[in-house]
Design a protein around this ligand. Structure first.
Ligand code: SF4
Ligand code: SF4
Ligand code: SF4
Ligand code: FES
Length: 351
């Protein structure tokens, strides 16, 4: 631990910790735009600049590390830089708020009372239409923070996206070809999740896209597609009670906010009319009939007990699945070994 000065107060932090985190632990919030805690320090947007004694210019708190004796000021001339920077970013964007998606730049503008003084004549960027059906990119909302490119390189370890062009022609493009589908992209949606402005967005909506994503209800759940058990947030339209999109929080332990294509986009099965919504039991007529859970469990228990009595417990085998949660698999082997008295339990994924 080393001591340093933060807005006139002496505080301590582990040597080498990024200033933005050290300040947050001492109650000083420094806003960021291009920073993502999953990615390496970048220092591209300058939204987080702070004054550091002895430095000829303000330094980005997201890329500056704590050293002993550092004297940092976050509240002198810095707020004015932030407002000017926000106004400059807004003046480069024709469509800063497409589709009502959450947008950290607009949140910052509201907090700072910043508005675009004018829209630059060359603010309109070349439109972009990707033929993949899951994600889109709107260059008019892109602030070129490079978070999407860094995510795909640093987290997904691939080079699916690149920054192309300079100045007003700069935009994010697939590295090869004309679509994410021409690259090694796995459509995990990670670039979408890190984008601070909604420039990369879900094309895939269950029903009409909502005008204001923040009005959606959120329900925490577990992805059902595999045994990794990624934690997800289901965004539910309160009017239709249908899932509109899926996100994941970086604080979730099992997956740290990362998902694969199934967890992020394959949620419309939930509302499919063919899904079973109640238990079915085969009747004397050989057909399946809806029944209550109590009745279905009674019939299953009687069937298993009958096999055990007639043929012995080794006549029963239980197949578990990596698609169940760890807890459900644990309970299944308990049921097999203690109630059914068989050790014949196996997972279909183990073969
Ligand atoms: S969807 Fe995933 S793999 Fe594809 S570009 Fe984005 S981060 Fe990379
Ligand atoms: S698409 Fe989003 S994450 Fe990528 S550079 Fe633009 S604003 Fe940043
Ligand atoms: S998001 Fe992908 S990796 Fe995570 S639990 Fe679902 S299917 Fe498995
Ligand atoms: S958030 Fe620090 S420079 Fe962008």
């Amino acid at each position: 631990m080393v001591k340093f000065s933060l807005d006139g107060k002496t505080v301590s932090a582990p040597e080498g910790e990024l200033l933005v985190y050290a300040a947050a632990r001492h109650g000083v919030f420094i806003p960021t735009l291009c920073h993502d805690e999953k990615l390496d320090p970048y220092g591209g947007c300058r939204m987080c600049v702070v004054d550091v004694e002895g430095s000829p210019r303000p330094l980005p708190a997201c890329a500056t590390r704590v050293t002993a004796g550092l004297a940092v000021s976050t509240n002198s001339s810095v707020p004015q830089y932030r407002k000017t920077l926000t106004e400059m970013l807004l003046s480069e964007h024709l469509n800063a708020n497409p589709g009502g998606r959450p947008n950290e730049l607009l949140d910052m503008a509201e907090e700072l009372g910043a508005a675009a003084p004018l829209i630059l004549p060359d603010a309109k960027r070349e439109p972009y239409e990707d033929r993949n059906r899951l994600m889109g990119y709107d260059p008019d909302a892109c602030i070129l923070c490079n978070r999407c490119v860094r995510y795909t390189q640093e987290v997904m370890q691939c080079s699916a996206l690149s920054l192309e062009g300079r100045g007003p022609t700069a935009r994010i493009v697939p590295t090869h070809g004309h679509s994410w589908l021409d690259t090694e992209c796995e459509l995990c949606g990670g670039c979408l999740s890190t984008c601070p402005t909604g420039a990369i967005y879900e094309k895939f909506h269950e029903g009409a896209p909502p005008q204001h994503e923040r009005s959606l209800d959120q329900v925490k759940s577990t992805c059902t597609f595999c045994g990794v058990g990624c934690q997800i947030d289901l965004h539910v339209d309160p009017a239709t009670k249908r899932i509109v999109k899926v996100t994941s929080d970086p604080g979730y332990v099992s997956n740290e906010g990362n998902l694969c294509v199934k967890g992020r986009f394959a949620f419309n099965f939930v509302h499919h009319p063919d899904r079973l919504t109640q238990p079915l039991v085969r009747g004397e007529d050989g057909e399946l009939h809806p029944t209550s859970w109590d009745d279905a469990l009674r019939v299953a228990a009687e069937g298993l007990r009958g096999v055990k009595e007639r043929h012995g417990p080794q006549a029963i085998g239980v197949l578990a699945s990596a698609r169940l949660t760890m807890e459900e698999n644990f309970l299944l082997q308990k049921l097999a070994r203690t109630a059914l008295e068989t050790h014949s339990i196996h997972s279909c994924e183990a073969t």
